[in-house]
Write a protein that binds this ligand. Sequence first.
Ligand SMILES: C[S@@+](CC[C@H](N)C(=O)[O-])C[C@H]1O[C@@H](n2cnc3c(N)ncnc32)[C@H](O)[C@@H]1O
Length: 301
Amino acid sequence: MSRQPFRLAILEGARILEEAGVPNARIDAEILAAHVVGVERPRLGLVPLVDRDVLDAYEALIAQRATRKPLQHLIGEAHMGDITVAIGEGVFIPRPETELLFGWALAYLEGNYHRDEPPVVLDLCTGSGILALAIANARPDAVVHAVELDPRALSWARRNADAQTAAGDTPIHLTQGDVTDRNLLAELEGGVDLIVSNPPYVPDATEVDVEVRDHDPAIAVFAGADGLSVIRPLVSNAARLLRIGGAVAIEHDDTNGTDTADLFRARRVFGEVSEHPDLAGRPRFVVARREATAAEAEWLQ
Ligand SMILES: C[S@@+](CC[C@H](N)C(=O)[O-])C[C@H]1O[C@@H](n2cnc3c(N)ncnc32)[C@H](O)[C@@H]1O
């Protein structure tokens, strides 16, 4: 059977995706090509010719992507830090911007917790578990808890946590729960050093891409008319769960940077509130520190 030039197939794949309205069609065509032949995208040039069965597999993936099935569902995985998690229908596809929250969390732990004092970390709204698992991988000394409400998402998180534990990484503690519940994780009250969260935060009326509309669970994306229906009670729970001196970082919609920061500023138990932009300069996450109330400060003296 004659081998055929892969480059021509990739150009044709990009054309088909472009015609289907896929954003960044060329990049997706290359990522799918790299996936099919099992190389990293920058190394595609090392595979000039491929067999007909490889082309068939590639064309089938392009056809699926042209229906606006998300790229990550076709590849079946997503990455954060040094870890890879399985992704598919029923769970939110992790977004690249959440790497910023992850990077901030690692730097915070590095600056504040040395290896001989294991920090307690809590990931609220964990979805596939990616943030909790990436932190547990990077900081094996940390005790990492994660909470998810949706049973389908939770089963992906369990599967990913099991795979990482089997690979020798620190296990995480997964709980099915509602992060807006005032009794959530009562046993951890006042004992958490760091809370991270990428909750649902898109205002209900926002128009989203077809991939998001048809494949991300609505519960993972939308959060009331103002996008704050989960963040608002989450801020109250953070006040209750954090140790005095602990910190919380919450990702939010780019329309809600100041509103999210104001939710923290409105509570006397939070200080050092800071707003953090993403790489495009859009407001992306807010950080706050749990401070002692006057009564707590007196008690601590
Ligand atoms: C935007 S996704 C983020 C998932 C993951 N943290 C990530 O970055 O890929 C939000 C997640 O929160 C979950 N969720 C929504 N409302 C929740 C609630 N009230 N309590 C707990 N989890 C919730 C959704 O099911 C979804 O998995």
